[in-house]
Design a protein around this ligand. Structure first.
Ligand SMILES: [Zn+2]
Ligand SMILES: [Zn+2]
Length: 339
């Protein structure tokens, strides 16, 4: 099969790999229909997040079941499935305590980072990490369920309540999904994004249908006089800015992945303003079915602005400002294996 493999120098190459077959009795091999490019994938290529050279990247995938191991009971060939790429062992003390997202045995199980992922024609996973696509749900919506699970996890960690104000920092796909989810929770939402092209896309997706409960702002915009009861930093390097957007007693959730970021906080400000700084991981896999249910009500397919075959990966990442001299010209980009 064709697969996009990470090189030592943080580029990708389209490579021939053996097509996977069920290995363990509970394995399922999925024929990939399409895979979203995540901000984390972009971070790997631009040097802001680690991944293991030689790995097949990609984790936001939908497809159809191709073949199943002898003990698989939940899926049959031909079923449409969504990949939950947040694997857990189920047996370490943290998993046994129910905190699957902080599994202590993650090494070698991070799909698309140190375990072969879905920028490929096929992917193999244990059956419990595959979920049926609800009848009638478009695969362009289903492919955004995994980012929605991340958004849901972080919004719930911020304990967002109906009637509160949420500030979402960053207008990439995850920012937009956070804003949609926060609105669904009954919040007023302010989204902050500096890039003019992305502001425009965010407005198209968010403001069009929604009577002013979601507004899009530039960082210097005076309208942010309204502060957030919950602030979500979807960029991962903007904690100082996020704290400044927080109301008294505000909850600030760090969400974006950036291994190079550091921040200076003033402890007295945290104390005097009663601020909470929260880290919530990616998501507990127990949340994944809830994300699928919520996806029935959110127009997630509007995020998918671009689609490229695997071999055009350079153009695909360039649309996400991951090449030198490139700027954003897309929201969610999906890669499609050509057959
Ligand atoms: Zn992702
Ligand atoms: Zn574990």
């Amino acid at each position: 099969m064709k697969a996009l493999v990470l090189n030592e120098n943080r580029t990708l190459s389209l490579t021939d790999r053996p097509t996977p077959e069920p290995d363990a009795p509970t394995d399922v091999v999925v024929r990939v229909v399409q895979t979203g490019i995540c901000g984390t994938d972009r971070s790997v290529l631009v040097g802001k997040f680690p991944a293991v050279p030689g790995v097949v990247m990609g984790h936001e995938a939908v497809g159809t079941v191709h073949s199943v191991g002898t003990a698989v009971t939940r899926h049959r060939p031909g079923d449409r499935v969504i990949v939950n790429p947040t694997l857990y062992c189920g047996q370490c003390p943290t998993c046994l305590a129910g905190h699957w997202d902080f599994c202590e045995n993650k090494a070698g199980t991070e799909v698309g980072l140190d375990l072969d992922g879905a920028f490929a024609e096929y992917i193999r996973l244990p059956e419990r990490f595959l979920h049926p696509v609800p009848t009638g749900m478009d695969l362009d919506r289903a492919v955004v369920v995994e980012p929605l699970a991340c958004a849901l996890n972080n919004i719930e960690a911020g304990r967002l309540q109906a009637g509160e104000t949420a500030v979402v920092v960053g207008g990439g796909p995850v920012g937009v999904v956070c804003a949609l989810a926060a609105r669904h929770y009954g919040a007023r939402v302010l989204l902050v994004e500096p890039d003019p092209y992305r502001q425009k896309l965010c407005r198209e997706v968010l403001e069009a249908s929604d009577g002013g409960r979601v507004t899009v702002h530039a960082p210097e915009d005076g309208a942010l006089a309204e502060r957030g009861d919950v602030v979500v930093d979807t960029v991962g390097s903007l904690l100082e800015q996020a704290l400044a957007y927080a109301a008294t007693r505000g909850r600030v959730v760090v969400m974006g992945y950036n291994s190079n970021a550091s921040a200076t906080v003033r402890p007295l400000e945290i104390l005097q303003r009663g601020l909470h700084i929260i880290g919530a991981g990616d998501y507990n896999s127990m949340l994944f079915p809830k994300a699928i249910e919520l996806a029935r009500w959110l127009p997630l397919e509007r995020l998918v602005t671009h689609r490229f075959p695997l071999e055009d990966h350079e153009a695909a990442f360039a649309a996400l400002a991951a090449g030198s001299g490139t700027s954003y010209s897309a929201l969610k980009v999906v890669l499609v294996p050509e057959r």
